[in-house]
Design a protein around this ligand. Structure first.
Ligand SMILES: Nc1ncnc2c1ncn2[C@@H]1O[C@H](COP(=O)(O)OP(=O)(O)OP(=O)(O)O)[C@@H](O)[C@H]1O
Ligand SMILES: [Mg+2]
Length: 271
């Protein structure tokens, strides 16, 4: 049985869509990775944990096809696209949640679009009582990047990155652990630029400079890939919450990051 360790503060774990799905293959989950991560999360035995996963090949292709992020233009096919995007994300969420339950973790799937409304793409209202209560009771809420309603745009895409950073601030997390499919933040996309080097540590000031320097070539990601991730993390870093970006495709990395053990990655801290 999963034992809760009561001494630690909340950690928000974002599992990248690049890890839990095969990004190049539409609607294809990476089940071995999901199952391995579920075991790592279970082994880490954290008392306070919130999980957010990304969309990967379940969310991004549909969101792109129906231009969901850009908002509702009055075209009824877009409404259908919104329905399909939401359903695809729930399908992926079920696979993740099933794997966590298999490992005896008391998870509860929480659908972001049912309690969050954005304004021009930014979280504007969030009913936080259910989440607060879930955490206090000892559950691990599992959320995801989602298609949500938007006060200005009608609807849009809320990225798992924005959601993870927002939840970390809202619930005073100690750290955001972000699992992606490369070793951390590099000077350029390591999949494109062989000479790119890993940035192991960076401060808020350096992070802000990096916004203009990082070269990002992500094309399938409607929410801005690596650069979008760094921009989203910034407000949480400003509040003193550290972010640790690690390669979740490599076994044991997420386990070690959750346990506070040393692991290769990018640690971003306020100072
Ligand atoms: N400077 C950079 N450093 C590291 N990775 C980068 C950089 N620029 C681009 N990338 C790309 O960013 C990708 C990870 O971000 P991406 O948004 O694709 O994944 P994710 O956030 O895990 O997925 P999702 O958005 O579905 O949750 C890596 O696969 C890498 O190729
Ligand atoms: Mg992304």
């Amino acid at each position: 049985m999963w034992v809760r360790k009561l001494s630690r503060k909340l950690i928000v774990l974002k599992l990248g869509g690049s890890v839990v799905t095969r990004k190049e293959k539409p609607f294809t989950a990476n089940l071995p990775a999901i199952r391995r991560l579920a075991k790592e999360i279970s082994d880490a035995k954290l008392s306070q944990l919130m999980i957010v996963h990304g969309g990967g090949s379940f969310g991004h292709p549909l969101a792109k096809q129906y231009a969901i992020k850009e908002g509702y233009r009055g075209d009824p096919t877009q409404l259908f696209g919104f329905s399909k995007t939401r359903q695809a994300m729930m399908t992926l969420n079920k696979l993740v949640v099933d794997a966590l339950i298999q490992r005896n973790i008391s998870v509860v799937a929480v659908s972001p679009s049912s309690f969050i409304v954005t304004k021009s793409g930014r979280i504007a209202t969030m009913t936080d009582e259910p989440l607060k209560k879930l955490l206090q009771t000892g559950f691990v809420p599992v959320l995801y990047g989602d298609a949500v309603l938007d006060f200005d745009l009608g609807f849009t895409i809320l990225s798992g990155d924005q959601l993870a950073a927002y939840l970390a601030v809202q619930f005073s997390a100690e750290q955001i652990v972000m699992g992606i499919d490369v070793d951390g933040v590099f000077t350029a996309d390591p999949r494109v630029e062989e000479s790119a080097s890993l940035i192991r540590h960076c401060t808020l000031q350096e992070l802000k400079k990096m916004h203009t320097r990082i070269v990002d070539t992500s094309s399938t990601d409607v929410t801005g890939g690596m650069l979008g991730k760094l921009i989203e993390l910034t407000p949480a870093i400003e509040k003193g919450i550290s972010a640790f970006i690690v390669n979740a495709s490599k076994p044991k990395n997420v386990y070690k990051a959750l346990r506070g053990e040393s692991v290769t990655g990018t640690l971003i801290q306020k100072t």
